[in-house]
Design a protein around this ligand. Structure first.
Ligand SMILES: *Cc1c(COP(=O)(O)O)cnc(C)c1O
Ligand SMILES: [Zn+2]
Length: 441
């Protein structure tokens, strides 16, 4: 059986299609974003059980590239790619763990954390980037005049792009907002040899510029407005179901900025349902930082209107975005999944992140936003104590050490750091150690 996929205009009234090897990011007829559409009839040639068995058999094996969490589902992601062009660093297959003590603390025992940041470059962006860079490699092999791949980034997209391009031997270019990303995020693309431009603007400013830069066909666009990224990130929901032995959780909470990942999450669940691997959908809750909350504001108005904003400064820097490119995809997904949007203030996200850490996690601030929103959902009665909840953890906490240091030194501006735990400086003798320990009695 030959499986096929193509770009289709996201605007249903238009429906224009384009081949995946065409250099196109927005519909040439109507200007809407594109999405990747699969030949679902062809995919229905296998029974749900056959797909499940195939995915399970490939998981975390060494048979290239199928051991990857993304390429183990190759037929559902990018069926026409030649394996020789796949650029994989064995992304995905990230752990989904039971947050037992955290769940007990908050009164919902069945809480799980999907650690998407436990991946090659420390964020879920690897899942989309492996697909995009593989497609580029195939296009270059076919003679496409691409000399570099470029993105605007809040830090994690650029790290992933630089790593996958370096692995493929393709030049990469990244536009970063000056002083608005973590040190680790800045050094990642430098180490991987990307051309790094640090610009005196915010992410939205970098995004506007990258759209212009990539109008020339020789520089290919790697931001999530290019829906190839979404195809790889879709593997998150498939992995979650596989890890639960194909049971669907009740609620999934995910932090959102440019809003590509939430639609990827939704697409994965929809595809599994259409092909019969699951028979219901979870509720999806999108968590935003209150400082960068344009979707929350639109949600309050029933999504009737959407107004971009200028994002304020937030410690959750990877979602400091005021004009999200994929907003309409996100709204469609939320409508299909009984969706809710909630926000978290700086104090709420920092304390929720630290509370999670106290139970053995090591959260990035964006995961903190999702955990803070989980606490609010419990208070509001949306999440009930018998619900199975999955929190999508989007990046590794070690990329955000500055955030944690400031918190534990109580230097996070304007914030009551409830769980701060600063080092105690002591003279090097047992007496002073015991004196300190006795204070806690
Ligand atoms: C990119 C990113 C997000 C937001 O994902 P979107 O698809 O832009 O909504 C959240 N957290 C982290 C750590 C990220 O890198
Ligand atoms: Zn169109």
């Amino acid at each position: 059986m030959s499986y096929k996929a193509w770009f289709k205009c996201f605007n249903d009234e238009c429906g224009q299609t384009y081949p995946l090897d065409e250099i196109v990011y927005e519909c040439k007829k109507c200007g809407s974003l594109l999405e990747v559409e699969h030949d679902m009839d062809a995919l229905a040639d296998k029974t749900p059980d056959e797909w499940k068995k195939l995915f399970e058999k490939r998981s975390a094996t060494t048979s290239y590239p199928y051991g990857s969490g993304v390429w183990g589902k190759k037929e559902w992601v990018l069926p026409q790619i030649d394996n020789r062009n796949v650029v994989s660093l064995y992304e995905g297959n990230s752990n989904l763990f039971w947050a037992e003590r955290f769940g007990q603390l908050i009164g919902v025992p069945d809480v799980w954390i999907k650690l998407c940041g436990n991946s090659h470059t420390g964020s879920f962006k690897d899942l989309g980037m492996t697909v995009l860079v593989s497609q580029v490699k195939q296009m270059i092999a076919g003679g496409a005049p691409i000399r570099a791949v470029a993105c605007a980034s809040t830090g994690d997209t650029s790290a992933a792009l630089a790593a996958y391009c370096a692995a493929a031997g393709i030049p990469s270019i990244v536009l970063l907002p000056h002083n608005k990303i973590s040190t680790a995020q800045l050094v990642q693309p430098l180490a991987n040899g990307a051309k790094v431009f640090s610009l005196n603007t915010d992410f939205d400013g970098c995004m506007a510029l990258i759209k212009q830069l990539t109008r020339t066909e020789s520089i290919y666009l790697a931001n999530s407005m290019n829906s190839l990224r979404i195809e790889g990130q879709k593997s998150i929901s498939i992995e979650i179901c596989q890890q639960f032995d194909w049971e669907v959780p009740d609620v999934v909470i995910i932090p959102g900025g440019n809003l590509g990942n939430v639609s990827a999450l939704g697409n994965g669940f929809q595809m599994m349902r259409k092909l019969g691997l699951i028979n219901r959908l979870p509720q999806i809750i999108l968590a935003q930082a209150a400082q960068a909350n344009p979707l929350y504001l639109s949600y309050l108005k029933g999504f009737k209107t959407f107004e971009p904003i200028t994002a304020g400064k937030t410690m959750a820097s990877a979602i400091q975005i005021g004009n999200p490119v994929s907003v309409h995809k996100a709204i469609k997904t939320l409508k299909e999944f009984d969706g809710i949007v909630e926000q978290a203030t700086e104090e709420e996200l920092a304390n929720a992140s630290a509370l999670g850490d106290r139970t053995g996690m090591y959260n990035c601030p964006h995961t903190g936003v999702a955990l803070a929103v989980l606490l609010k959902m419990i208070k509001q009665g949306v999440v009930k104590k018998d619900h199975r909840v999955v929190v999508i953890s989007t990046a590794h906490g070690l990329k955000f050490s500055g955030f944690k240091v400031a918190y534990h030194q109580r230097q996070a501006a304007g914030i009551e750091c409830e769980y701060a735990n600063a080092p105690v400086e002591l003279e090097p003798n047992l007496d002073s150690i015991f004196k300190e320990l006795d204070k806690d009695r």
